[in-house]
Design a protein around this ligand. Structure first.
Ligand SMILES: [Zn+2]
Length: 139
């Protein structure tokens, strides 16, 4: 837990292909979200993209997080702010509560910079454009 000692230390987790995927699917990262991080087109469902976005927070793939915003909401996003949110928290666990064709309700458990346990509960809306799923927004 040395990583947690100082909130300023980057919380980036290096996940090897053979390790369990941070999204909690039970598959290895190489068989799961890493595929989507490399080839966005492999997210064939809204839930798959949601899981990959969570894993991207864990592994700090900010470009992926930015690029998977739907064009209609991407322009309101700030890469630096996304990066800060990803880095300053320690992402612990993802629970998918409900998943439909284009809406995924989930809880992301994390430690904030004060090392307090927090739960981010969100109902995310996704939209498919062409072959690709995008994150529109959440509430
Ligand atoms: Zn995964």
């Amino acid at each position: 837990m040395a990583l947690l000692k100082a909130g300023k230390i980057l919380n980036r987790q290096v996940i090897e292909s053979g390790q369990l995927c941070p999204c909690g699917s039970g598959n290895t990262y190489g068989e799961c979200c890493q595929q989507i991080h490399r080839f966005h087109a492999k997210a064939t469902t809204a839930e798959a993209l949601m899981r990959a976005r969570y894993s991207a927070f864990v592994t700090q793939q900010i470009d992926f997080l930015y690029d998977t915003f739907h064009p209609s909401t991407r322009r309101f996003q700030n890469k630096q702010a996304i990066g800060q949110w990803a880095r300053e928290n320690k992402w612990m666990q993802l629970s998918i509560l409900k998943s439909t064709f284009h809406i995924v309700e989930f809880e992301a458990h994390y430690l904030d910079p004060q090392l307090e346990v927090q739960i981010h509960h969100e109902k995310s809306t996704f939209k498919k454009q062409g072959d690709l799923w995008y994150y529109v927004d959440g509430r």
